[in-house]
Structure formats: C-alpha cells, structure tokens
Design a protein around this ligand. Structure first.
Ligand code: F6R
Length: 639
C-alpha cells in the first residue's frame, strides 16, 4: 500500500528540467478512476495512522463531481476492508446560501448521499456550513467555523476540486490570500457550470458560505482533483502561471505539501504534456513528429511546407532535425500524413488504390453501423459523412443507444399530448399524461407514461432526419439502454443488460465500419457510458471472425472536436452538403430554440456543429491543405 501511495506523495515542483514551468506538484493518471483510488488510499492510510496513535483525523472535504469516486472508494474500503471513520472529524469547504439542508441541491445532502450515510462517522463529527444561518449571524458563524477547525489542531488533509474560474472552495477571483471562512457571491461562470444540476441558471443560488484561502492553506496536506478537458486551461494557468488573486487556486503555489491529481485530459495543456520538446530531449516517434510540426505551423502562422530550419531551431525542435534530417523532408512527410487523412469516400473508394486512404476500398458496399448516444448526435456530429455513406451505396444502420427522453421539455410533450387528444377525446392514457405533466412536482422526474411519450417524440424526429438522408426504416434501431431509463437526470450504472444490447446489434449487423461518439464532454456523462458499452462489446467480440474485418471510427461534435494531430479521417463537405446536414439537424425540433440542456454554450447545436466543421476546415487550410467549406473529423480506435 505504501508504495502505491508514494505515487502521489509530495515532491517539490519544478525540480526537473521537464517540470521547470511548474509551480505545483502534480501527478497524471490515465483515468480519473485510477487517480481517485490512490487519493482514497492516501486518506485511508492517514486515518489508520491516526487511529494507531489514538488521534483524531481532521479532514477537509469537497463536493462537486470531482471527488465522487474518492468517496465511492472510501465507502468500499469501509464496507469491504473494515476502514473505520470513528476517529474522523470532517469540515466541508462550502455550502450554497441560502440553502436548506434537506434540499437535493444542498452540499449537506450531497455529502450524506455520497459518503456519510454509508460509513461509521459520528454525526457530531460532521461539519458543513449551514446555508440557513440568519444573515445577521453570518459573520460570527463563519468566525466560529474557523475557530472550530483550529480547536482540532487544524486540517490534517484537505481535498479540493477546482472551478473553471480558478476557485477553490467558493473562493472566486478577487479572493484575498488571508481570507477566512465567509459569505461570498458566486461568479457567473460558476453559476452557469452549476446550472444543469439546478435545472436552469435562474435556480442556482447567487451566494455561498466558503472556507477562506487562509483556512485552506493552513491544512497540513492538500490534494486537488481535476478531471476532463474542460479543466485543462485552468489547470495549466494554476500550475504554470503567476500567483494572482484573479486565479485563487494559484495561491496553492505557496503551500508546501500540495499535489494536483489529474487525468490525461485535465493535464493536456501543461507544457510538459502538450509540447514536451520545449522542456526535454524527446524520443521523436511519428505521433510526436506530427503533433510538433502541426504545432509549429500554428505557432509561426506558416503553412507546413513553408517551415524553415530557423523555425525548427527557434522552437526547440533541433533534436527532430538531428533525427530526421533536412526540414524539407520533415515538412513533406507531415504534409502527406495530413493530406492522406482527407477523403470524400468515408466508406472507402471502390476501384481506387487505397494505400494512402484512411479506409479500405473493399469490401464494397460496406455494412456501416453508426452508434448515436442520443437521437441527434449522429446528424449533429457526422451528418455530412452519413449522407455521403448513404449516397455512395453503403448499407448504413443507425443505432440510437438511449431514448433521450429527458431532454424533451414538458411544454413540447404537452403539445403533442393535446394534439392527440383532439383525435381521441376519451383516451385515458392521454388524460393521465396531461395530468402528470401539469401536476409534476420535481422537474426532470417523469412518470413512465410521460417518458414514453417523450421518447416517442424523439424517435419520430430521428426517423424524420434519417428518412431525409435516405436511410431506410428497417436500418434505424432504438436500443433504449436501461442505464438511462431512470426518469431522472441521475442514471444507473452500466449493466450487462446494456452491454448485451450493444453487443447483439453488432452481432446482428456484422459491420465493416463502426462509428461511435468519442465525445466525452456532454453534461450528464451519457456519451461516456455509451462509449464504455461499445468498448466492452468490442472487447468481448474482438476474436469473432467478422470483427477482424471491422474498423472503428470515433466522432466528436456537439461539445468539442478532435485536435488536428488526432484526426485519422477528415471528410470534407461542400456548401450544399453543409445545408443538407443543417436540415437533417432541424428535424430534431425539440432540441432547438432554448433546448433543455444547453450546457455552457448558448448557441444551438446546428450552429455549434457548423462552426466546428468550419474551424476544422480553416485549420487544414492554414496548414497548407485545400480550402474546404467544412470538415467532419474522425479518430480511429484500434482494438
Ligand atoms: C465544492 C467546491 C468547488 C468545486 C469546484 C469543482 O465543494 O468547493 O470548489 O470543487 O467547483 O467542481 P466539480 O468538481 O463539480 O468540477
């Protein structure tokens, strides 16, 4: 155990060439699961050590999405390994204000749901700021909170997340390094990030009580968790930037026992990860050559074929020239790689030499299986490619993994129910649906009848879009994966039943190509679960004969796009095809005009998709490649 924990044990940052830009010690894991387990192991070891010495262990705890897996692991250790919390005292970082404890939005509720209800901590040892303290008592309440922490000898360990504003706790930009626990106003970005959980930004409280920076900095050990690419820019700013009250997390640069635990995506903007040649001698494999030359072209604002020896030298890439020789050859090599990703034949071009094409010419036609997590990701993310595949004579099947019912607004469902009612005035089910919709207490908690109607609406929208693109009805499949069908935002874990559904459709179609959403940034994590189910199915089936003949392509789209070096297939679209794609997206009417789950980007899905596809085309053009109206991008998944 000790060895494992050593992996995240504190080391002074910036002590090696490679980390010389870094002012905070950090460790990167392949996945957040792995990182979370080690953090939980460190906390458990601390609790046990204190227990052995008959001491109290004082933990500072965070809420939000980042620590959830740490809490899951602590609960598992309690249940399976007898880890006791009898000697543990906890202080939570913050609470919304005003906020009653019982509210499902309170951090009080969150902590009990995820941790306290499942372990043997003494209730009197739990401290969470009270979101209902009268305003007149707030100041003394906050001072008392800090005094209470001090009375236990301070925090032994503080767990943190980081907000995209750079907040820790709710210490938003402008917070003072000496601040204590206090009442604060939330930054608009923080409120917008919290909006999906509150069913709309208008319901997110404007204020909170938070532990201060001083309170946090007095902890003996601090571990900050950051997962996912949305956190990458603020993680870089915090670790490498100057200390400033504009990014309160940078104060942690002054704390001498802080470790940031990151997954690959959150670390991707760090200099040593993004541009390793700037900080160390590199082993130049093809992937790094491609990445660095594309970066150099962007940095110098020159197309690839115009890069010179001087450019390479001035950007720490002389090692690449030492290995590969003249920049002229390197430029041509990389230019060709990128050039060869472009194809107007996403299913392969029959009769053509396919040596340098992303897809094989044969077999032709191909059986193509497009997985779409929600009914609309297919057309939003790869509508142009789908259109071409159909037009080029392939047998295209589209599989909708979830019903997407939760994203249909109540008013929309009511509208359809009322229309049907005019045809069937005596229909009891319709009465029930209308009553359920009108009397519903909690938003996003639908009765089964309402859910079915909403799912049906999305089905018909998807069928409309695909019919427009020429996909026959018997090639449209709806899996309604059970993990999604809870009738609420919170989903069930992925089960064998889900995986079997995905697996069976692969066995049924025996595809030559699978397209799947590798877009992991959707707000409720559904895309990730859907992709996990596909990966597991592929893993189970990989020895089957038909799978040897199958290529898997990952698309992204509604939320973010592949970077150019990651792209293995780029499918250009003409201005007319862009319009056809737009029209196909328009069939998803319930997802237009102030959609229920907008995320942080106020633009409609079709606008975002067009902007992304256009941007990819611009990037290719700037590298010196042909000038297309738009490009859809895919990364190959090798199994
Ligand atoms: C939570 C807290 C916040 C969060 C931060 C990140 O108690 O104080 O600082 O840690 O907003 O939130 P998630 O983890 O949801 O990304």
């Amino acid at each position: 155990m000790k060895n494992i924990i050593n992996k995240i044990a504190y080391q002074p940052p910036g002590q090696f060439e490679e980390t010389r830009y870094e002012k905070i010690h950090n460790v990167v894991f392949d996945t957040s699961d792995e990182g979370s387990k080690l953090v939980a192991a460190e906390i458990a070891a601390l609790i046990r050590k204190k227990q052995a010495n008959d001491e109290t262990c004082v933990l500072g705890l965070a809420t939000g999405s980042s620590p959830i897996k740490v809490y899951e692991e602590l609960v598992r250790m309690h249940k399976e390994e007898g880890l006791s919390f009898a000697n543990v005292v906890t202080f939570n970082l913050d609470e919304y204000y005003p906020m009653p404890k019982e509210s499902i939005h309170s951090y009080h509720y969150f902590m009990h749901q995820h941790l306290f209800n499942h372990i043997d901590i003494k209730p009197e040892n739990i401290h969470i700021p009270d979101g209902m303290v009268p305003k007149s008592k707030l100041i003394e309440y906050c001072i008392a909170y800090d005094e209470k922490i001090a009375s236990y000898g301070g925090l032994d360990f503080q767990l943190l997340g980081i907000g995209r504003t750079g907040h820790i706790g709710f210490n938003e930009p402008g917070s003072h390094i000496n601040s204590g626990t206090r009442y604060v106003i939330l930054d608009p970005l923080t409120r917008s990030d919290a909006a999906p959980g509150f069913f709309g930004i208008e319901n997110v409280p404007r204020a909170a009580i938070t532990m201060g920076i001083r309170t946090i900095m007095q902890a003996k050990r601090i571990v900050l968790l950051a997962w996912g690419n949305a956190k990458a820019p603020i993680v870089k700013r915090t670790i490498e930037g100057e200390m400033t009250s504009d990014v309160p997390a940078t104060y942690l640069q002054k704390h001498h026992n802080t470790t940031f635990v990151l997954d690959e995506e959150a670390s991707q903007e760090l200099t040593r990860i993004k541009t390793p040649w700037l900080v160390k001698e590199c082993h130049w494999d093809d992937e790094l050559i491609k990445k660095s030359v594309i970066w150099l072209s962007d940095r110098t604002e020159k197309s690839i074929l115009k890069l010179t020896e001087k450019d390479y030298n001035a950007h720490s890439m002389s090692g690449l020239m030492a290995q590969e020789g003249d920049p002229y050859h390197i430029n041509i090599k990389v230019f060709n790689w990128v050039q060869h990703t472009i194809t107007g034949w996403p299913g392969g071009k029959p009769g053509a030499d396919d040596t340098y094409r992303p897809e094989r010419a044969l077999p032709y036609p191909k059986r193509v299986l497009i997985f779409s997590p929600h009914p609309d990701d297919d057309v939003i993310s790869m509508g142009g490619t789908l259109d071409r595949l159909v037009e080029q004579g392939h047998e295209v099947h589209v599989v909708y993994q979830t019903s997407g019912s939760i994203a249909v607004a109540d008013e929309q469902a009511l509208k359809y129910a009322r229309i049907m009612k005019t045809y069937q005035p005596g229909n009891k089910l319709l009465d029930e649906i209308i009553r359920d919709l009108k009397t519903k207490e909690k938003p996003f908690e639908d009765s089964l009848a309402v859910r079915n109607l909403k799912a049906q609406i999305r089905r018909q929208e998807a069928i409309g879009a695909l019919t427009y693109l020429g996909v026959p009805l018997d090639h449209i499949h709806f899996l309604d994966m059970p993990f999604y069908e809870t009738g609420a935002i919170k989903k069930k874990p992925l089960s064998m039943e889900d995986i079997n559904l995905v697996q069976n459709i692969i066995i049924q179609i025996k595809p030559h190509q699978i397209f799947a959403a590798g877009d992991l940034a959707d707000p409720h994590g559904t895309h990730k679960v859907c992709l996990d189910a596909i990966y597991k199915s592929i893993d189970n089936l990989k020895t089957e004969h038909f799978m040897k003949d199958c290529r898997v392509w990952l698309y992204r789209g509604a939320w973010h796009e592949w970077d150019v070096p990651q792209i293995d297939m780029a499918v250009p679209m003409s201005p007319d095809q862009v319009l056809r794609k737009r029209k196909a997206i328009f069939y998803h009417e319930t997802q237009k005009d102030g959609v229920v789950f907008q995320g942080n980007d106020p633009r409609e899905f079709w606008v975002r998709a067009e902007e992304r596809n256009h941007q990819t085309a611009v990037k290719y053009n700037k590298l010196g490649l042909a000038d297309y109206a738009a490009i859809e991008a895919f990364k190959r998944y090798k199994f």
